[in-house]
Ligand binder design. Sequence first.
Ligand SMILES: Nc1nc2c(c(=O)[nH]1)N[C@H]1C(S)=C(S)[C@@H](COP(=O)(O)O)O[C@H]1N2
Ligand SMILES: [Mo]
Length: 394
Amino acid sequence: MERRSFLKMASMGLPLTALSQEKFASAQTSSQPFPLENVAEEGRQGLITRERSPENLEYPFSSLHTSVTSNEQFYIRSHFAVPQLDSKAWRLKVEGTVRTPLELSLEDLMKMPLHTVPATLECAGNNRVFLVPAARGAQWGSGAVSNAEWTGVSLSAVLQRAGISSRSVEVILEGADNGEIKESPKPTGAIHYARSLPLDRARQPEVLLAYRMNGKELPASHGFPLRAVVPGWYGMASVKWLTRLIVVEKPFNGYFQSVDYALWERPHGIPTRVPITEMQTKAQIARPDLHEVVSAGSVYRVFGAAWTGDSDIAKVEFSEDGGKTWTLTQLLEKPVRYTWSFWEYRWSVPTTPGKYALMARATDKRGNMQPMQRPPDLENYVITHVIPVEVEVR
Ligand SMILES: Nc1nc2c(c(=O)[nH]1)N[C@H]1C(S)=C(S)[C@@H](COP(=O)(O)O)O[C@H]1N2
Ligand SMILES: [Mo]
């Protein structure tokens, strides 16, 4: 089977494990340190298609090699069609419990102090394809995660300009994109994508309203002309195609943080629906790729990334035996807050041929370690337990 048709199958949402391993293996070279042939031509710029309409595209994680993901390869997760916005006519409204409601043009924003913040975005549904039994939603593999340098104004500066009432608690961020939800429970008619941020988060200096991505104009699929970037939170908080900020005195309870992108937590032992927020600690193996054939007795450079929420990665461990024993890998750079860290491990591949379940497990500086088992009540989101990558030693 050619890589092309493999990706076609992957894009149809078939679990990778359903593929004939024999045929798949023939498409792989063995233990090159950087098997960059994994960048296939399927989809746009080698992105893997998870849904065609709206376009939901995944970064081919096995091709990971630079910390910054290019604008062309950054994963795309959109709930509705991309709104076509004319940057001249476009305005950002700031309303609600503010002293001075605002209508800001892109030019107005560009006159404010600009900040550049590197931030890794991960969709809360990343790795969903590995869940057994299958969970509803786009069947993301390991590539609903990417890293970019975002430039724009701080949300806090815009809020300050509007002057928010002392009783305000949150700001709602609304996108121009809208459509009807298909699955129940759902509101009647078209709704806009919207999420809120508690003011303590919204005021953190690294929370941006960004108009540039990796030094270039923000691409249409990533929120042109303006998007939020909420470093450390799952991607759903980084609202694209922003048109309205609404400051409110009561917590917001919109669709995308109560029905969708929400989970049951148990404060006081009472199951309570709460919005998904902070990214959880995770390591992913980029290479070897799933089902890759690795030469027995060779030394293979296992390589991947790890990230977390409001902390830094402290260590990534590696296991070749499905989690029975662990060894420390090497972190490749000093951690940069809110961006993934790369790690590597010179793996002495066993001389005994067979299938091996490789694992990577991250721990952050607060001591948060990835669990081996999936905790209950996470439904189809926050897939953060250790997921094995099966390879064949031959
Ligand atoms: N307006 C709007 N913003 C949005 C979304 C959306 O559908 N509409 N999707 C969210 C989700 S779930 C994710 S994971 C990120 C993805 O950002 P990206 O497409 O730039 O990777 O955007 C978020 N912001
Ligand atoms: Mo997402």
